[in-house]
Design a protein around this ligand. Structure first.
Ligand code: IPE
Ligand code: IPE
Ligand code: MG
Length: 244
């Protein structure tokens, strides 16, 4: 098994999970935080080296103020509660996206969690908060001067424009829970060759077992990156790909 996969997850469906039960949407977000814990715990043994979780998009500011306030408080509580365990277990926690619009107490919690877990080598856990991929791309373009950058140069600028780490690899597998089949402005550049997996499971119901099934399904995909499939041993002579 590949032991350094980058899995990205659009954690969608919290609101509907709660509404289906006649509960306020915020209760779905609380349950969603539990699903995050389960997912992080399951990741290392599935060969995941980088896990990027979409927690709050820049367009989510359009939601009602009380829901936004609950989410901001949840993120802060999560960081404060989990930083110690992440540090002990070797999970490096970081947050990508804009910070200038976040409550200052959340920014402090982000900085403390990042500093406390910076040495972690087991799993790179990235939370995307106030994140917009289009804004990150535009920000990277603004950082660049001169002739067209190479893909590698642009990748590094993109990391800089969103508090990212230039060493983070492209996404291998993108999972979106919650029945919708769209990217909602998440990692548009980084997902250029990601395998996409859309799940009907609402995020609060997502378990380590669902993650295992997703990684197994990813293992059965045939990634070609624009080339032809690698010839298999069983391919009859004369039907193998040849160089141009
Ligand atoms: C995802 O769940 C969490 C955030 C976007 C913060 P939603 O809140 O979008 O849940 P649905 O899509 O309304 O069910
Ligand atoms: C995407 O979900 C953002 C997160 C999961 C954090 P949304 O629920 O905001 O996306 P749309 O509005 O359905 O596209
Ligand atoms: Mg949604």
């Amino acid at each position: 098994m590949d032991s350094n996969l980058h899995v990205a997850i659009i954690m969608d469906g919290n609101g509907r999970w709660a509404e289906e039960r006649g509960w306020p949407r915020t209760r779905g977000h609380r349950a969603g935080a539990e699903a995050v814990r389960r997912t992080v715990e399951a990741s290392p043994r599935l060969g995941i080296g980088t896990l990027t979780l979409y927690a709050f998009s820049s367009d989510n500011w359009r939601r009602p103020a009380p829901e936004v306030a609950t989410l901001m408080a949840l993120f802060r509580n999560f960081l404060k509660a989990e930083a110690g365990a992440c540090r002990r277990e070797g999970v490096r926690l970081s947050v990508i996206g804009r910070r200038d619009r976040l409550p200052s107490a959340l920014v402090t919690a982000i900085e403390q969690a990042e500093a406390a877990t910076a040495g972690g080598g087991l799993l790179d856990l990235r939370l995307a908060v106030d994140y917009s991929s289009r804004d990150a791309i535009a920000g990277a373009a603004a950082l660049h001067q001169g002739t067209t950058p190479s893909r590698e140069q642009f990748r590094q600028l993109l990391a800089r424009s969103q508090h990212g780490d230039p060493r983070t690899p492209d996404v291998d597998l993108l999972i979106r829970t919650g029945r919708e089949q769209r990217l909602s402005d998440f990692l548009l550049w980084e997902c250029a060759y990601a395998e996409l997996l859309f799940s009907a499971v609402l995020w609060p119901d997502f378990t380590g077992e669902h993650l295992r099934e997703a990684v197994e399904a990813f293992g059965r995909r045939n990634r070609r990156f624009g080339a032809v499939p690698a010839p298999t041993l069983a391919a009859p002579a004369g039907r193998q790909a040849s160089a141009p």
